[in-house]
Design a protein around this ligand. Structure first.
Ligand SMILES: Cc1cc2nc3c(=O)[nH]c(=O)nc-3n(C[C@H](O)[C@H](O)[C@H](O)COP(=O)(O)OP(=O)(O)OC[C@H]3O[C@@H](n4cnc5c(N)ncnc54)[C@H](O)[C@@H]3O)c2cc1C
Length: 372
């Protein structure tokens, strides 16, 4: 068959995609596989990356991008499900073994790992993600430039999921009806967590969550107090993010040190260097008591925040334009509540079971998939 379409640049772009189809490729490997000149291969690969038809793995090699899966899913209209049932029945009858189709809801690290492990163990796996991109909260965390490397955990899992043949459906909400309609043998929920509002926050509109900031729902300006109750990257990276945008930032914590768990990941020293360089103030031993409306301030509508210094029991006041909370989230467990007790075998992994960190979601995703 003649492989040329008559549109030279398109043929060359397709040859680049074809070269990556068999696995990750460096620029040199692209040049060797396509026969294109190095500058041409580079320009095409970068342009395809811009359109998300290519992406890079952790080593900077080109891999197929997320748009490919989205297009395939849109074009296929759930072809897997249409063809799976008769094939699975035949397989079961021919081998006497159980052949099963698994559905997953949630494309964060927990859902991705469960999908990879289940698919590598021979199951047919469909992964639903309501957003148009995979990665869950890891994507949110990696919004902060200094935390971009955190996205590697999701990138690796996405590459592995594609290699393992997981049918990835981004932009697709899973709900009880759509799940039941597919008649899966098991459902793994990895639907993550959502911000929760602390009692002391009241209903002041300028008291928001770190995710409101990093997901772009609000754009704080002026003086910002960040309340760190998690002791990890959530508060410190949001502080950096806002300081880089010109805010005067103070982090307050009830702990003895801001971001206390940064010591575990050896990030504490770097954080302190950056906090000093960016003028981020840090105050410890302070428990938030109440957030109330404040008159005046550099941005009208600010917040008066009452903090109690717990070693002495004395109150302190902060008058600021915004308060940003880094506090324990709530499990996103609506689907679990609706599906539990039904005839379906339903499992939960990661933050939708109990909001924690990415490694817990990955470990649980793997364990549940191994046990299927
Ligand atoms: C700012 C920030 C920084 C962080 N930093 C770190 C860190 O440094 N180290 C660390 O270990 N952890 C960190 N975490 C926490 C970590 O990202 C989470 O614990 C982890 O992502 C949880 O993984 P998960 O798969 O359980 O859920 P999530 O990552 O929340 O993924 C859940 C996915 O399910 C999708 N979904 C939900 N409901 C449906 C539905 N009905 N249908 C289809 N899709 C659905 C969501 O859109 C989402 O993509 C951070 C979190 C934040 C917010």
């Amino acid at each position: 068959m003649n492989d040329t379409s008559g549109v030279g640049v398109l043929d060359k772009a397709v040859s680049v995609l074809a070269a990556v189809e068999s696995g990750p490729a460096t620029l040199a490997q692209l040049v060797a596989a396509t026969g294109l000149a190095r500058p041409t291969a580079h320009r095409l690969a970068v342009a395809l990356e811009h359109h998300r038809l290519l992406a890079r793995d952790v080593q900077g090699r080109f891999i197929l991008g997320p748009r490919i899966a989205e297009l395939a899913s849109a074009a296929g209209e759930d072809r897997l499900l249409a063809v799976a049932q008769p094939v699975l029945t035949q397989l079961r009858d021919a081998t006497g073994e159980s052949a099963q189709l698994y559905r997953l809801a949630g494309g964060g690290p927990g859902g991705l790992q469960a999908a990879v492990t289940a698919a590598e163990r021979g199951h047919r796996v469909v992964l639903f993600e309501r957003h148009d991109r995979l990665g869950g909260q890891v994507q949110v965390a990696a919004t902060v430039p200094s935390r971009a490397e955190f996205l590697d955990i999701a990138r690796n899992l996405i590459v592995n999921a594609r290699r393992a043949g997981v049918d990835i459906r981004t932009g697709t909400e899973a709900d009880p009806d759509s799940i039941r309609a597919e008649r899966p043998d098991a459902v793994i929920l990895a639907t993550g967590a959502r911000p929760s509002r602390p009692l002391w926050a009241g209903d002041h509109p300028r008291v928001v969550d770190v995710r409101d900031v990093l997901e772009g729902r609000v754009s704080p300006e002026g003086a910002v107090v960040i309340v760190d109750e998690l002791g990890f990257h959530q508060a410190t990276s949001t502080a950096e993010f806002l300081a880089d945008r010109g805010c005067q930032v103070e982090i307050v914590t009830n702990g003895m040190v801001v971001g206390q768990d940064l010591g575990i990941t050896l990030d504490m020293e770097t954080w302190n260097i950056k906090a000093h360089a960016k003028g981020i103030a840090q105050s410890v031993d302070l428990v938030p008591m109440a957030a109330e409306a404040m008159e005046g301030g550099s941005h009208p509508g600010g917040v008066s925040l009452t903090l109690q210094h717990h070693p002495t029991g004395t109150d302190q006041q902060r008058r600021c334009d915004w308060v940003v909370c880094s506090v324990q989230q709530q499990p996103e467990d609506g689907l679990w509540s609706e599906l539990r007790g039904s005839a379906l075998a339903v499992y939960r992994v990661g933050d939708c079971l109990a909001p924690r960190r990415a490694h817990a979601a990955v470990i649980e995703g793997h364990r549940v998939a191994v046990a299927l």
